[in-house]
Design a protein around this ligand. Structure first.
Ligand code: IMP
Ligand code: MG
Length: 178
């Protein structure tokens, strides 16, 4: 059991299971995009560890870049405004693979895809380590999914609870009753 701030978590996916799955995702992507040039876009902060391990197993001529999604309450009636920040590459005509830590409701990833599509890439696909099918409200499921998990809060391997827990080598789930 691991305590983070006021909560207790228990091991849910062990480090060696994660490593095997990450390698298998990298193999699949490398096969699917053979002969093409890919630009990987990793979403910070949560995906940094997954992106590093995935990318070192990718065998394609490719580049990787790191972006952040900034949400802020606008002054207009539309409320929340989202922006992808940190993108310096021209994505026009590129094959994009977005690397995400977790797709929960799907709202974040759908926003990111919509914003990126304005840059005219030739394709966009999503590779997420974790996916919560019961929470998902989006239109299109991620093309590459490491683990489909129950609708419970998880931390570790890049994912945080209020900024903590990202350094855990395994993925831990909030203990029942917490
Ligand atoms: P969305 O609901 O798919 O838009 O997910 C939004 C963001 O919430 C994700 O990118 C994560 O950063 C975060 N998130 C969702 N579920 C979890 C979780 O179980 N643990 C840690 N972060 C999460
Ligand atoms: Mg995230």
């Amino acid at each position: 059991m691991v305590s983070i701030l006021d909560k207790n978590f228990e091991t849910f996916i062990q480090a060696d299971e994660i490593a095997n799955e990450v390698k298998s995702l990298a193999r699949k992507i490398s096969e699917d995009y053979a002969g093409k040039e890919v630009l990987f876009l990793s979403i910070l902060n949560g995906a940094f560890m997954f992106a590093a391990d995935l990318y070192r197993n990718i065998s394609l001529p490719s580049q990787i870049s790191f972006v952040k999604v900034q949400s802020y309450a606008g002054m207009e009636s539309t409320g929340r405004v989202d922006e992808v920040i940190g993108l310096t590459e021209d994505i026009k005509g590129k094959e994009l693979v977005i690397i995400e830590d977790i797709v929960d409701s799907g709202i974040t990833i759908e926003k990111v895809k919509k914003l990126l599509s304005k840059g005219g890439p030739s394709s966009i696909s999503v590779c997420t380590l974790l996916f919560k099918p019961d929470a998902f409200q989006g239109q299109q499921k991620p093309e590459y999914i490491g683990f489909a998990i129950p609708n419970k809060f998880v931390v570790g391997y890049g994912l945080d609870y209020n900024g903590y827990g990202r350094n855990l080598e395994e993925i831990c789930q909030l203990k029942t009753g917490e």
